[in-house]
Ligand binder design. Structure first.
Ligand code: HEM
Length: 194
């Protein structure tokens, strides 16, 4: 009996987001390292400003009621307070929270994918920060893994994002949101390290 070919299965939404934004991610990754944020504590202070601008611009999204219904626990995931703590711990001025990103709910999901995914690379950044004598209690708290480790919260986030049912228009908006988020990070890097 001939086997019936299975219909091709679509990769999950986050897999598609990863594929759609991998070039943008690589550009950001290269630009971060080219800025040599771990060469001195002064440059690390600039990096904290970039993080403050990016994560600060997403505060309203992390606190958004509708988005918290779609992604339960979202409000607790923001690393913005830890970034403010890091600036303060290093005796650096804590700027006012930046202007908030303006995004449709579907675009917001793409921005949040970008922001949450950046936790994965943070393990690598923390190691660099430690070589500057920084640690989770001194200037690098926002790079620390959550108590349950980095993998589990990311898997939960991916499962929730993958599980949402969206129409084609919203699907495209999620991708646009993720690309816009990487673009905004690039812009913050250019502005701060100029
Ligand atoms: C030097 C800087 C960076 C390095 C070295 C780095 C490195 C990494 C690494 C190793 C992963 C895990 C890849 C995997 O498991 O397949 C990752 C994932 C990710 N990073 Fe970065 N990253 C950096 C900066 C950033 C920044 C600034 C952002 C966002 C603004 C970001 C967003 C993401 C996202 C969204 C993912 C998840 C990809 C996915 O599995 O869907 N990264 N990064």
């Amino acid at each position: 009996m001939a086997s019936v070919p299975l219909p091709p299965t679509e990769p999950g939404r986050c897999k598609r987001l990863k594929a759609a934004s991998s070039q943008a991610h690589d550009d950001v990754d290269q630009r971060v390292m080219a800025a040599r944020p771990f060469a001195t504590r002064e440059r690390y202070g600039h990096f904290l400003q970039v993080q403050h601008r990016f994560h600060g611009s997403l505060l309203a999204l992390y606190r958004d009621e509708q988005l918290n219904l779609l992604l339960p626990g979202l409000a607790q995931l923001s690393r913005f307070a830890a970034i403010e703590h890091d600036l303060d711990a290093l005796g650096l001025p804590v700027p006012a929270p930046p202007r908030q990103v303006c995004a449709s709910p579907a675009q917001a999901l793409g921005w949040l994918y970008c922001s949450e995914g950046s936790n994965l690379g943070a393990a690598f950044l923390l190691k660099h920060a430690q070589r500057l004598g920084l640690d989770t209690d001194l200037g690098a708290r926002h790079l620390a893994p959550p108590p349950q480790g980095r993998a589990l919260p990311w898997r939960q986030f991916v499962a929730r994002l993958d599980g949402l049912s969206l129409n084609a228009q919203e699907e495209a908006e999620v991708v646009a949101g993720a690309i816009a988020a990487f673009g905004s990070y690039q812009a913050h890097l250019r502005a701060v390290f100029a």
